[in-house]
Each structure stands twice: as structure tokens, then as C-alpha cells.
Ligand binder design. Structure first.
Ligand code: SF4
Length: 301
């Protein structure tokens, strides 16, 4: 049977990864859009208290298998939170449902080896060249790396990576805020995550990292520590408000809650915390962000 590869959607980066896999000569099923059905499927087959990104990515895998994918690729963070275990749990649940497929955990460590396994005809040089072309595409679609203040109201976003990057999960928060005439700077970028994982970001934001270390006594999983120094960066750059996006039950994000509160209080910057899961009401969510944007506009006047 021909191998058909797929992976979970991840916002605007989805197309970059689809094209990358295709460039290796693989047959790829581009991840279908996340719908209410995707979420219901994921929720149905997940433990109640499992974090929301797990449920959404599980629902995506179910729909991809239904649409013909038989080789699933899931990122293995090898980090400290549940993300490193997602692929194993996904595999277990999907097999329990009765699906026949192959699961490939991919990390920055095994990426090249895995692609060679998928298509042995490719040379290592070709693989590296295609990966670096994708890296350039990925950087091109991201925010400007500069965290600069624009005219009017400026709001920065910090939080859990999947929630910040996947618009169906964060209910299109960036688009909605822009409708309220607010400039938004999302501090979460996939390239930063990759740089942190490869330790090539050690010299970036050094001042803020040092300051954040005064608030937290040691490394934390996910983006826990990154969100602290990103919040300090936003406060010191003069942002008018910060939104903290987190999935309910997220370990790193719930751990940093009081610390983020303290940072925002120290700098007198308003903070809105939005916890996201499958029970969210979009109307309620919209009202909260609109009220926050309005409050900041008035405060600024
Ligand atoms: S960062 Fe939070 S939501 Fe994301 S995998 Fe880890 S625990 Fe789950």
C-alpha cells in the first residue's frame, strides 16, 4: 500500500510543512481544517483533564486517517511537559479505536535520518538543502522579529505555543483584536521554538532572560520561562497590555500565572488571561477581548 503522510495543522506554518514533505517526493495529505467535528472527535477519545492541544491534534489525526493517511508524523519535543508524550498517547488511542497506521515521532535530532528512511533515494545534501529552503520560507511568514511599538494601542500575546499559533484554537484572537484597531504582537514564533530546541538562541534576549531568572528559580517545560522574559520585553518596550493564552490544565502556563501577574503589576501593565478548552463560548471570549481592548484605549487616553 502506498504511504500517505500527514501531520497536525499548525496555523500559518501548515503549508510550509506540507510543501517540505512533498519536496521529498512523498505523497502528502495536507491536514484538513480544524472544525467542530475535529474537536468533538479529539475530546471524545481523550482523558478529560488532558490539555486541549492534545485533543485537537488527536481529532486531526482521526480525520486524516479517515481521509486516507496511513503515516502520521507528530513532533516529539523531548522537553519537560506532556508534548514529548503526545505521539505515544496518540498512537495508543488511535490503535484502541482500531486504526491501522504508522506513527513517526519527529524531533530535530532524528529529522534527517527519518526523511532518508522515507525516501532512501535522497542524498543527505539534498535533504539538508530542502530543509534550509523551508526554514527560509518559515521565517518569511513570521512576524517581524522586532518587537516594536506602533501608533495607537499595542497588545502583546504570550502563552502556550499551539494555542498562540493555531487560529482555530485561539478563536482567531489576532484577527479579532486587529478589528478593534489594536496592533498585536504575538511573541510566540515557531522559529524561536526551533532555535531554543537547538540551543542556538542562547544569546538572544539575554537581558530579559537574566531578569526573568529573578522571578523563577529554574527551567520549566513548554514556554513557561520564555513567556516570562517575553512579558518583560513587552513591558519594557512600552506595550499597553498583555494577553496570556493558555489551555486549561497546561502545566507550565498555570505554574507561571502568579509570576506573570507579578511582572505585570511591577510594570503597571494590564494583563488579560484567557484559558481555552473545548467548553469555551466564542461570544464570551469576544466580549472579554473587546472589553480589554476598550479598557486599554481609555486608559491610554
Ligand atoms: S505546554 Fe501545556 S498544553 Fe502544551 S503540551 Fe505542554 S502541558 Fe500541554
Amino acid at each position: 500500500m502506498e504511504s500517505v503522510f500527514s501531520f497536525p495543522r499548525i496555523g500559518k506554518y501548515t503549508d510550509v510543512f506540507t510543501q517540505l514533505l512533498k519536496s521529498f517526493g512523498l505523497r502528502v495529505l495536507p491536514p484538513p481544517p480544524i472544525t467542530e467535528r475535529t474537536i468533538k472527535l479529539g475530546v471524545k477519545h481523550s482523558a478529560d483533564m488532558m490539555c486541549y492541544p492534545f485533543k485537537v491534534t488527536l481529532g486531526s489525526f482521526i480525520e486524516e486517517i479517515e481521509q486516507g493517511a496511513n503515516c502520521l508524523i507528530m513532533y516529539d519535543s523531548r522537553g519537560k511537559c506532556r508534548l514529548r508524550h503526545y505521539w505515544m498517547l496518540h498512537e495508543l488511542v488511535l490503535r484502541n479505536i482500531g486504526y491501522d497506521f504508522k506513527m513517526y515521532p519527529v524531533s530535530l535530532k532524528n529529522l534527517i535520518k527519518l526523511i532518508k528512511q522515507f525516501n532512501p533515494e535522497l542524498s543527505y545534501l539534498t535533504i539538508v538543502r530542502k530543509v534550509s529552503q523551508s526554514w527560509k520560507r518559515l521565517k518569511k511568514i513570521e512576524n517581524s522579529p522586532l518587537c516594536t511599538i506602533k501608533e495607537g494601542v499595542n497588545i502583546g500575546i504570550v502563552g502556550e505555543i499551539y494555542t498562540c499559533l493555531e487560529p482555530t484554537v485561539n478563536l482567531n484572537i489576532e484577527k479579532k483584536l486587529k478589528k478593534f484597531s489594536v496592533s498585536v504582537f504575538n511573541t510566540i514564533r515557531l522559529s524561536d521554538f526551533i532555535k531554543t530546541s537547538t540551543r542556538t538562541s542562547l544569546l538572544e534576549n539575554r537581558t530579559y532572560k537574566k531578569k526573568a531568572a529573578r522571578y523563577l528559580n529554574g527551567p520549566l517545560g513548554g514556554h513557561g520561562f520564555d513567556n516570562l522574559y517575553n512579558a518583560l520585553l513587552l513591558c519594557e518596550k512600552g506595550f499597553d497590555g498583555i494577553i496570556h493564552l493558555l489551555p486549561l490544565t497546561c502545566m507550565p502556563e498555570t505554574t507561571i500565572e502568579p509570576i506573570l501577574d507579578k511582572i505585570c503589576a511591577d510594570y503597571n501593565v494590564p494583563l488579560l488571561r484567557l484559558m481555552i478548552d473545548e467548553t469555551n463560548s466564542e461570544v464570551n471570549f469576544d466580549t472579554r477581548i473587546e472589553t480589554f481592548a476598550e479598557m486599554i484605549k481609555r486608559r491610554k487616553k
